[in-house]
Structures are given as structure tokens and as C-alpha cells.
Design a protein around this ligand. Structure first.
Ligand code: ADP
Length: 468
């Protein structure tokens, strides 16, 4: 079977969040199962550290044509990097401090069409074209419209995976001609959404099958509360919509082999986890104490991720509980300020690391005692799974993929999205931390969970087969 994956970010080439982790890890497992898989992604200015990249930060690639580079991941998975300096030679993937790039519709419609044309150029006719999120959601639309009459494309089936319904690619109606589609598609049963263009909606309607990244989220997005306006269209397609929990790359995230952390440790002998804690406290300029509960957070700093709860409750908690917290993230300016103010006010206890830093992220997963993920909604979430892999107990709100992965036997869960419930749960986590025996039992239990890709990849393969 042949599968072509299109994703707007892929580890190790680019990353802003979990989509990149998934798009980088799933193909490697598919390859092990004998599937011929290739990928296409924009070639941005930023490329992150990986064997595919040499010491000088250059990607080890060969040029296929003037605008396509090819790199390899896994044994022999080819990744086509689509160049276009006008669109992709920028510091951000989707935007900068001022917000989303104004030409995102053009940038990603170009990427979708270039990916489709590329298939013919390399004579790779996939059984399945697997798209991810709004940035690739035009592919199913184009396949069923502009490319439909071409024999090469007519049997290709599409699967669209929704990683976060909070991002839909909504644009002004006057940009519609740039898509190259017939105006007839701008209607309620097509790409129109309250007089605007909604790219993800197009993908939901035109793809052959749909899935999202956890079973709970697949149900939630069909409700008014969590459907972000698309609940009706999603509900209509419910027969073709499933939820597959994301997996984690257990090679990349492995406390025994992790070269980013201060000292590797294993589930069987995790005393060295506390060496990591001490060195993390030092690096982040917190007072170095083993017996204080250290909370870690690695996240986009947005309302979705529960930063409003942190804002409402952290001062109070710091006033009456002995705790430390390190937050690593970038996002909304108001949260940067909030965290920086807290760090200034509580220097030995709060560290605000306002940046994207893969290395420090690994160190936090390894060195923290408790991983904070109080997301208001969370399609799947990888942070809590990574934390468990490192014996760090997650504290989460019961929503989406967090409900599918964390419970009171491997972490701490609050069920009402209120400051009071959050504070109570933080306090009870600290109380458990104080009773060492119970704490150690939970940490040992955390190490026993397995969220590797094996199971989830099997579910994707079943979906591909069903489609093909
Ligand atoms: P989302 O995709 O919604 O941002 P996930 O939990 O699915 O959330 O995935 C987030 C991924 O991005 C994790 O691998 C996390 O470690 C990483 N990440 C988020 N913010 C940062 C940051 N500032 N520095 C390094 N890694 C980060």
C-alpha cells in the first residue's frame, strides 16, 4: 500500500506543536509495517536539530527540481520539502508577533496544489492521501474538483485528520478567487461559513474519511460546546469520523537514552530523576531543594492551554503552598507578561522561560515532579504522555485526549473548569507528594503506561485499508 502524507509541520524539519510530532513519528511506524510512505511539507526557514541536518544547520537534502528538496527520515521515507521563498522563507510557520500572516490562504493553497502536482512529477500514485488540519484541507477539495478529470488522480482516496478544531483557516470572502475554485463552492454546503471562507470545513465535506486525535474529542466536536461552529457538518459525517489516540515516539522520548537531559535514568532505577530535578532548578534559577514539589509546564501560551487558570490562581497558591513552577512556552503577549511578573515577584519559586526550546522541554519533562496541563480543551495532548514516560505525574482538566490518558491512578484530574477545582487539585497533588510512599507508588505506575505508536498506527492502517 502507498500512502502520501501532507502536513504543514513535521519533526525534524519544523515544529510548533503536537502535529509535527505526529507527522514525524507515524510514517516511521508505517514504514515498519511495510507501507510505502512519502511526505510533503513546506521548506521553511527554520529547521530544527536532527541527523538530517548537518553541524552548520543545513539540511542534508538532494534537489529534485528547482523548487523541491528531498530528505529522508526512518530507513527510507522520502520527505519532499517544497520551496517558495515568497511564502516560506520567514521566521514563523504561520505568523509572527503581529498575528497570523495575512497571506496564509495563498501560502497553504499553494502548498496543497504543489503537493498534488508533485505526485505526478515523481510518478507516485498513493492509495491514500493523508491530510492533517486546515493547512492541507484543500487537498480533498482540489482532488474532487480541479484534479477530478485527470486519470492519475481519480482513484486516490483522502483521509483528513483534525488535530485541533480551534484552527480552521477562516478568511475573507474576497480571497476566494485565489483558491482557483468555482464560485459555486462558496455556499453553505461548501466552503462558506458565515459569509467567510472556511478551509477546514471544505476538507470535512470533501475528504473520504475523517478522524480526530482521541476518541473523546471525536465525540466532543459534534457538540455545540466544542464544535467551534462545525458541529453540524461534523455530525452529518459521523459515520466516517473516528477518534484515534496519538502515539508518542518512544525512541525520541526515552529517559534512558535522552541526550538532552542532564542524566539519563530508567523506570527501574529512577533515583537519577532527582539529579535532573536539581540541575533543572539550578539552570532555571530556582532555589535548589529536592523536597519541594516542582511543577513543570511546556506549552503554547494560549487560553486553550489553561493559562487563564494559572493567572487566576498561581499567586494565591504561591502565597500559601510551598511549591515551584517552571513554565516554558511562547504565545499570547498577555501570558508572557503574567509569567514574567510572577517570576519577578517569586524569584526562587517561579521561572518563566518564554521561548521555544526543545532541549529545555526535555529537561522539564525529566526534572519536574508534576506536569501541568490544565487545558480548557485538548484534542489529544502529547505533553501528558511525555510526562508519564519520564515518571512525571500529569495534572489535567478532564477533557478530550486528557480524559483518555490520565486518571487518578496515574495523575491528578479536575472535572470542573474553575479556579477552585484547579486549586483544590494542585493542593491535593502537593499533599500526595508529601506522603512519600503514595507518591512513589504513583510514579512507578506512571512508568508502566505505554503510549507508543504501535497501537495507534495499527488503527490508522485499518482505516487506510477500509478506504482503499
Ligand atoms: P499542541 O499541539 O496543541 O500545541 P500537544 O501537547 O499536542 O499540544 O503538543 C505540544 C508539543 O510541543 C509537545 O511536544 C511539547 O513538548 C512541544 N512544545 C510546546 N511548547 C514548546 C516550547 N516552548 N518549547 C519546546 N517544545 C514545546
Amino acid at each position: 500500500m502507498k500512502v502520501f502524507i501532507c502536513a504543514s509541520e513535521i519533526v525534524p524539519f519544523s515544529k510548533t506543536g503536537g502535529l509535527a510530532d505526529v507527522a514525524g513519528a507515524l510514517p516511521l511506524v508505517l514504514e515498519k509495517h511495510g507501507i510505502e510512505v512519502r511526505l510533503a511539507t513546506p521548506r521553511y526557514k527554520i529547521v530544527t536539530g536532527h541527523p538530517a541536518i548537518d553541524g552548520a544547520g543545513r539540511l542534508q537534502v538532494t534537489g529534485l527540481s528547482s523548487d523541491i528538496d528531498v530528505a529522508k527520515i526512518g530507513k527510507n521515507v522520502q520527505v519532499y520539502l517544497i520551496k517558495n521563498d515568497k511564502y516560506f522563507d520567514r521566521d514563523g510557520l504561520y505568523g509572527d508577533k503581529a498575528g497570523d500572516y495575512a497571506d496564509n490562504l495563498e501560502r497553504f493553497s499553494f502548498y496543497c496544489r504543489r503537493s498534488l502536482d508533485l505526485l505526478k512529477e515523481i510518478n507516485f500514485k498513493p492509495d491514500i492521501l493523508h491530510c492533517h488540519d486546515w493547512q492541507t484541507a484543500l487537498i480533498p477539495v482540489y482532488l474532487k474538483t480541479l484534479y477530478h478529470k485527470d486519470n492519475f488522480y481519480k482513484d486516490i482516496k483522502t483521509l483528513l485528520t483534525i488535530h485541533n478544531l480551534g484552527f480552521q483557516g477562516v478568511f475573507n470572502k474576497d480571497e476566494f478567487p485565489k483558491l482557483g475554485l468555482d464560485w459555486q463552492l462558496f455556499n453553505i454546503d461548501g466552503l462558506e461559513f458565515y459569509h467567510k471562507i472556511n478551509i477546514l470545513k471544505g476538507g470535512v465535506i470533501f475528504s473520504d474519511l475523517l478522524n480526530t486525535v482521541s476518541p473523546t474529542y471525536a465525540g466532543e466536536i459534534q457538540t455545540q460546546e466544542s464544535g467551534c461552529g462545525l458541529e453540524g457538518v461534523l455530525h452529518k459525517r459521523k459515520k466516517g469520523l473516528s477518534g484515534i489516540l496519538n502515539g508518542l515516539d518512544y525512541e525520541l522520548w526515552d529517559p534512558e537514552k535522552d541526550t538532552y537531559i542532564y542524566k539519563p535514568y530508567s523506570a527501574g532505577a529512577f533515583r537519577d530523576k532527582y539529579v535532573n530535578k536539581k540541575m533543572l532548578q539550578e539552570e532555571c534559577r530556582l532555589s535548589v531543594q529536592e523536597d519541594i514539589p516542582l511543577f513543570g509546564m511546556v506549552s503554547r501560551l494560549s487560553e486553550q492551554k489553561g493559562l487563564d487558570l494559572i493567572g487566576q490562581s498561581m499567586e494565591g497558591l504561591l502565597g500559601h503552598c510551598k511549591l515551584q513552577i517552571i513554565v516554558l512556552g511562547v504565545g499570547d503577549a498577555k501570558y508572557h507578561e503574567l509569567l514574567q511578573e510572577l517570576a519577578q515577584k517569586y524569584p526562587g519559586n517561579v521561572s518563566a522561560q518564554i521561548k521555544f526550546d526543545e532541549r529545555l522541554a526535555h529537561k522539564i519533562y525529566a526534572g519536574a515532579d508534576i506536569f501541568l496541563m490544565p487545558s480548557r480543551f485538548e484534542p489529544c495532548g502529547l505533553g501528558q504522555m511525555i510526562a508519564l514516560r519520564y515518571g512525571t505525574l500529569p495534572l489535567v482538566f478532564k477533557t478530550g485526549g486528557l480524559s483518555d490518558t490520565v486518571s487518578q491512578v496515574n495523575g491528578f484530574v479536575f472535572k470542573e473548569y474553575t479556579k477552585e477545582a484547579f486549586v483544590r487539585t494542585v493542593e491535593s497533588a502537593i499533599a500526595v507528594y508529601r506522603s512519600k510512599r503514595k507518591w512513589m507508588e504513583l510514579v512507578k505506575k506512571a512508568f508502566t503506561y505505554n503510549f507508543s505508536w504501535e497501537k495507534s498506527a495499527g488503527e490508522y492502517i485499518r482505516l487506510y485499508k477500509k478506504l482503499a
